[in-house]
Design a protein around this ligand. Sequence first.
Ligand SMILES: [Zn+2]
Length: 268
Amino acid sequence: MDAEASPSSIASHLRRALGAARHALAATSRLVLDIALPTLCVSCREPVNGEGVCAACWAKLSFIAPPFCPRLGIPFVYDPGPDLLSMEAIANPPAFSRARSAVRYDDVARTLVHALKYQDRTDLAPAMGRWMARAGKELLGEADMLVPVPLHWRRGWSRRYNQSGALARVISRQSGARVAAESLRRVRATEQQIGLSRAQRASNVQGAFKVAADRMADIQGRRVILVDDVLTTGATVDACARALLRAKAAQVDVLTFARVVDSHKAPI
Ligand SMILES: [Zn+2]
């Protein structure tokens, strides 16, 4: 029998042809989508090229620069001199060593964080992560690994991906510190922190995090940076830091994209 005309060879020809057609169709629909949906600036809705924020909206962000509290990263209105801590750091010393954030949590920052978190705007992660890498340069120089603050699996499922993990991957590419995404687990679901007082936030997340048993050896003796999108009272990262320190991490620092800054509190 002629090999070219055998039923199995016809079938394989057909499969290849179908495969090619499917591929072409997928490419075309992608192209159509690209044309139909230009990327809009997440803040002002103007069309942008590439990343999801226009230059004007980036310029509106309030980047945090020295002088700030060496412990908590809270910006100071005037420079109180080297090594002077904020009142917050003295009154409530955190479990972590140092916290740094790229920007103040204002309207533009909130729009970015919400778009990344709830609207699947993963295109924002590269720019946000780059600013975080810049803000955390000092910490990153000493770090062994990046640990994103984990979502509870139920929330991770409904939201499909962890925004802190997306930011950590960008920071890793910028700094070379590896991401240890599975090290820290959220062992119980917590209420949303929004609307809770400082004390309520702390008790809400107490004991909510744990280092996975099979990752203990990986954490022991390591200098870890916790990565999250926003630092509010610091209750969540503090609970995470305690879990990492219980697993004998050598040091835990915190790096977030934004932080809430209470402008009424001046340094001592
Ligand atoms: Zn804009």
